[in-house]
Design a protein around this ligand. Structure first.
Ligand code: ZN
Length: 231
């Protein structure tokens, strides 16, 4: 264990070539993996040069933790397909959410808890995402020539999507409905490309460059907006 600027950092020596520094969600725990041959002094020097980056990452997780502690009351903001909306909570008998201008009008029962509202909003995002996947997927299948065995949506906090290369099934994170439609397209193409190549090797990257030449820029956008406990 190492302490830099008051931040505890877990050190792990492994049989690896390069050092890797991680700030992990959701709490911003910091750890560093280093080659077995590296001295403690060298590890400490390396981590010190990264101190401001570490602090930025921790601040980001703090902000994201606050983001996820929603009450679903008027004045909060939420993102739908990359656009920010101001939540306007109204009371009624039946739950609904309607987007109008820059407002997201959420109708809930007055006595509903934040957890119930969260649950409703999450399912609302799921519907948005499913509709958009159904619209975009055929285009992505045509582009990549890969047909998945099936797909599903799931609330995830550490991945945008996954591909089970054994079954050919894809999973998409519900939180993609908060991002721009372009981000969803990128994740779909990425996961479909795994049906051609399991790992993120040169071959995989070459496919991505072919299918979506600007994928790197889209990836930056994807990871640049805050989400619930998202890396
Ligand atoms: Zn991947």
């Amino acid at each position: 264990m190492l302490t830099i600027s008051g931040i505890p950092i877990e050190v792990c020596k492994k049989n690896i070539k390069n050092m890797h520094l991680y700030v992990k969600p959701p709490n911003g725990d910091v750890s560093v993996s280093a080659p077995l041959s590296m001295s403690d002094e060298a590890i400490e020097r390396f981590v010190r040069t990264k101190a401001s980056w570490i602090k930025r990452q921790i601040a980001k997780y703090d902000e994201q933790a606050r983001q996820s502690e929603r009450e679903y009351v008027s004045g909060e903001t939420l993102y739908v397909w990359g656009k920010q909306y101001y939540l306007q909570t109204e009371y009624g008998k039946k739950n609904s959410m309607v987007l109008s201008g820059d407002k997201a009008i959420l109708t809930v029962r007055k006595e509903s808890s934040a957890a119930l509202r969260e649950c409703f909003v999450r399912e609302w995002y799921r519907e948005q995402l499913k509709t958009e996947i159904e619209r975009v997927l055929p285009k992505c299948i045509k582009l990549t020539g890969c047909v998945p065995a099936g797909w599903q949506t799931k609330y995830m906090t550490s991945k945008w999507g996954t591909c089970n290369t054994d079954t050919g099934k894809l999973w998409f994170n519900l939180q993609l409905a908060k991002k721009t439609p372009e981000c969803l397209e990128y994740v779909i193409i990425h996961e479909l490309t795994h049906l051609l190549e399991r790992t993120h090797n040169e071959r995989f990257l070459a496919y991505m460059d072919k299918f979506m030449p600007l994928w790197r820029e889209v990836k930056v956008t994807l990871n640049g907006q805050t989400l619930d406990f998202m890396e």
